[in-house]
Write a protein that binds this ligand. Structure first.
Ligand code: UDP
Length: 307
């Protein structure tokens, strides 16, 4: 019997992961404090427990797998709760590691490309140490995830719990996102649907590389089933500027025009994953083209907004 606990199981990635695990025959329990829940909710058949990883509730029975995905994840969300974000990364991750140790469960941790900060190496390999300004507002998220990764390594290296996996998630989009999440793909699509100008932060020349959620989930599943304890980048190396992204959204959803706003402090100028490790060790690479993923996500947001 495989039984998985997904922390953050009501959020964008957690609910997509829960759905996939359930389809694969797992019994799934989602633990979430509902601070940034997906409009789709927890999938039918997944047991939902409201609670916070900072002070986790008791849940009866043993888990064979723990997927620790609970955390505010979009910049507007973590910037409004910096201390809670740090406590989730630090205290929450320790609690979940101890839980995995007790149950001897495979522990898969959702880390992030943000641990590379505003990168000086491009594309980013897992060996890159990163460039995070500890005094910047974003540091609450970046450093919480860096600490949490280091904690996973410490459990692994000390032998306390060696069945650990670390995925460094790069920008991901798709059905299940919240319209008010504040990330760029959801913002542009929702703005286009509402006929409001797309908000370009800065001059729009900064880059990101967007991965469709189904591709990411496939990579997470492969990683958790592997024996790979090293951190693994999962993302789509197809890099574009925010101006190009706005043009792609306009082609699909109609062009509502653009408005330029201030660039947030310490916003990374470039980001693209080097996925050679995932290709080599997991035989994984993303297959969904941005144009196709945006069409799916546009349809999804139209349904959510029609309510
Ligand atoms: N961005 C933008 N308009 C928006 C939201 C974000 O131009 O309405 C930019 C943001 O400045 C960043 C990029 O899009 O350079 C990606 O932002 P997002 O919040 O999606 O994710 P991040 O990679 O920064 O965590």
């Amino acid at each position: 019997m495989t039984r998985a606990l997904v922390t953050g199981g009501a959020g964008f990635l957690g609910r997509n992961l829960s759905e996939r695990l359930q389809a694969d025959g797992y019994e799934v329990v989602a633990l979430d404090n509902l601070s940034s829940a997906s409009p789709l909710g927890v999938p039918d058949g997944v047991e939902f427990i409201e609670g916070d990883v900072i002070e986790p509730p008791e849940i009866a029975g043993r888990f064979t797998h723990i997927y620790h995905f609970a955390s505010p994840a979009s910049p507007p969300r973590y910037l409004t709760d910096p201390i809670g974000t740090m406590r989730t990364g630090a205290e929450g991750t320790r609690h979940m590691l101890e839980w995995a140790e007790r149950d001897d469960a495979v522990f898969t941790f959702a880390s992030t490309s943000e641990i590379y900060g505003d990168p000086l190496e491009h594309p980013q390999q897992e060996s890159y140490f990163g460039n995070v300004d500890i005094t910047s507002p974003r540091a609450c998220y970046d450093e919480a995830k860096r600490y949490a990764e280091a904690l996973v390594h410490a459990f692994h290296r000390s032998g306390r719990h060696t069945r650990t996996r670390i995925v460094r998630v790069f920008n991901t989009y798709g059905p299940g996102m919240s319209p008010d999440d504040g990330r760029v793909v959801s913002n542009f699509l929702v703005q286009a649907i509402k006929g409001e100008p797309m908000t370009i932060q800065g001059d729009g020349t900064q880059t990101r590389s967007f991965c469709y959620v189904d591709d990411l989930i496939e990579g997470i599943i492969r990683l958790s089933r592997s024996e790979v304890a090293l951190p693994v980048n999962l993302g789509n190396p197809n890099e574009i500027t925010m101006l190009e992204l706005a043009d792609r959204v306009a082609e699909i959803a109609g062009d509502p025009g653009k408005v330029f706003t201030d660039l947030p402090q310490s916003d990374p100028k470039i980001r693209r994953p080097d996925i050679s490790r995932a290709v080599e060790l997991l035989d994984w690479k993303p297959v969904v083209e941005l144009a196709d993923g945006l069409v799916e996500t546009h349809q999804y947001f139209k349904q959510v907004l029609a309510g």
